[in-house]
Design a protein around this ligand. Structure first.
Ligand code: NAD
Ligand code: UGA
Length: 475
């Protein structure tokens, strides 16, 4: 065997690096796993003694950390040491959309990838397998290869001429909120590469807990492209069902009945057919933008405009929700208080990146409403960051136009409000006590349910006016 894996280093201790390495450490107790990051606060939070201040909220994660942390799983800022000792290095850094320069607004910004490759070229020793975990544009492996080869062939970094790198693509398919179960029981593991021994070495790692038939291999570029396309297809299903939610409202049909009826067709399948306020999360939009950029680069204009529509519908869905709320509340929401239930982009995560709540809250604030925002896991500083241009009011006893407050509970948020707006599908929003809440609100009291999770009969019986997404039979 050409490779022996005793130590792994993961560059990037984020939503992917943290949970993924925790599962690898848990399933491979004989391997030492070191997760490194340039952000010392993040590393400090991962090392937090009480497990309550981890930077990532993910069900099941703290149980694994309790078993592995400081046993064979370590979080550190000592990037040089852990790269130099590693037999295998995962790159799990952020790859957001470029905000300036060529491709701004579409292409992925690869500066963190390039910085990682440069760190590896500088510090790695001997034979090292470098695994792309981040989601990357097609042919990025070539860029990484070229940096590693160019730098490591210079005398400055490779005095004994002993460095050799093997590049693999191993995209991550976990979804936030279910990361631990996705990682422990993946639908598939995809490994792209051109060195058979490096591929079988990574495969051997996964074989510690994944069945062989679920581990598939391909060339590097197909692997990179498959990740972008998986996200594009998932996002496209959400936009497809969201477009039909509007049609249901216009035709007195019920989106849940339509989703169920089409989802029972095994060729269509039941998943990703839940209508909602639009998809959020750090990746769907960025990966589709990247796909659009790549298609344009290859002159495939029709293909890129096809995928652009997935993003158009997603924005439109958020904007039409803002409009509906304003219309239902007598055409004006200026000075009215709206309780926002859920700020994360979905349940079971503290992540707000691209959360539909951000655009919808900003739209409501632009119309002059006062928002009381409650989310079980999102930290108030994160909301302050996301709504930076709008004033935050502390301990308010009255409404303040175009500003917001943070609430500690659903009851706290709805106090004296005109409406509650459900934006994330947290479990506790399924079981709202309508009878108690309506007495705390101003009449006529509205519920706007963008996730279709409330008990309509009970809400109406308690005296609420209800608007539920895609429920034309209600309107
Ligand atoms: P993140 O922003 O949560 O984490 C990235 C981390 O990398 C940050 O903590 C940052 O400080 C660190 N970093 C950046 N440059 C570094 C460097 N040179 N050295 C050391 N640390 C560095 O991002 P994420 O959500 O974990 O996503 C990472 C990648 O995985 C992205 O490409 C994303 O598209 C992909 N992905 C994300 C998810 C998800 O659910 N979030 C799922 C699958 C794939
Ligand atoms: C998504 C993919 O599901 C993962 O496979 C992928 O690894 C990840 O992106 C990534 O590359 O970052 P994630 O964004 O964490 O995972 O969460 P999803 O469950 O896919 O939800 C994305 C958004 O779509 C959420 O806002 C969610 O509420 C929305 N959604 C999802 C719907 O509105 N309806 C659905 O039926 C499903």
């Amino acid at each position: 065997m050409k490779f022996l894996i005793e130590k792994i280093c993961c560059i990037g201790a984020g939503y992917v690096g943290g949970p993924t390495m925790a599962v690898i450490a848990h399933k491979c107790p004989d391997i030492e796993v070191n997760v490194v990051d340039i952000n010392p606060l993040r590393i400090q939070e991962w090392n937090s003694p009480d497990f309550d201040n981890l930077p990532v909220f993910e069900p099941g994660l703290s149980d694994i950390l309790k078993k592995c942390r400081n046993r064979n799983l370590f979080f550190s800022i000592d990037i040089e040491k852990h790269i130099s000792e590693a037999d295998m290095i995962f790159i799990s850094v952020n790859t957001p959309t470029k905000t300036r320069g060529i491709g701004a607004g579409q292409a992925s910004d690869l500066k963190w990838i390039e910085a990682s490759a440069r760190q590896i070229a500088k510090y790695a020793k001997g034979k090292t397998i470098v695994v792309e975990k981040s989601t990357l544009p097609v042919k990025t492996a070539e860029v990484i290869k070229s940096i590693l080869q160019t730098l490591s062939s210079s005398n400055k970094y490779n005095k004994q001429n002993s460095k050799k790198f093997y590049i693999l693509s191993n995209p991550e398919f976990l979804a936030e909120g279910t990361a631990i179960s996705d990682l422990t029981n993946p639908d598939r593991v995809l490994i792209g590469g051109d060195d058979e021994e490096a591929i079988s070495c990574l495969k051997k790692l996964y074989l510690n807990w994944v069945n062989e038939e679920k581990i598939i291999t391909s060339d590097l570029w197909s692997s990179e492209l498959s990740k972008l396309i998986a996200n594009a297809f998932l996002a496209q299903r959400v936009s497809s069902i969201n477009s039909i939610s509007a049609l249901c409202e216009s035709t007195q049909a019920n989106i849940n009945d339509v989703s169920k009826a089409i989802g029972m067709d095994s060729r269509i399948g039941e998943y990703f057919l839940r209508a909602g306020p639009g998809f959020g999360g750090s990746c769907f939009k960025k990966d589709i933008l990247n796909l659009i950029y790549i298609c344009n680069n290859y002159g495939l204009d029709e293909v890129s405009s096809y995928w652009e529509k997935v993003l158009t519908i997603n924005d439109w869905q958020k904007n039409r929700i803002i409009k509906i709320i304003s219309e239902k509340l007598f055409g004006t929401i200026s000075g009215k208080k709206i309780a926002i239930l859920g700020f994360a982009f979905k349940a079971n995560t503290n992540d707000t990146r691209e959360s539909p709540a951000i655009q919808i809250c900003k739209g409501l604030l632009d119309e002059g409403s006062f928002l009381s925002i409650y989310d079980p896991k999102v930290h108030i500083n994160q909301i302050k960051n996301d709504l930076a241009t709008f004033p935050y009011i502390e301990n308010s006893s009255s409404n303040h136009s175009a500003s917001w407050e943070s609430a500690e509970s659903i009851e706290d948020a709805v106090q004296n409000s005109d409406a509650m707006l459900i934006l994330s599908d947290w479990e506790e929003f399924y079981n709202i006590n309508y009878k108690i809440l309506i007495n705390k609100m101003r009449g006529p009291s509205w519920i706007f349910d963008t996730r279709n999770i409330i008990n309509l009969d009970e809400a109406k019986k308690s005296g609420f006016n209800v608007w539920a997404l895609g429920k034309g039979n209600l309107i």
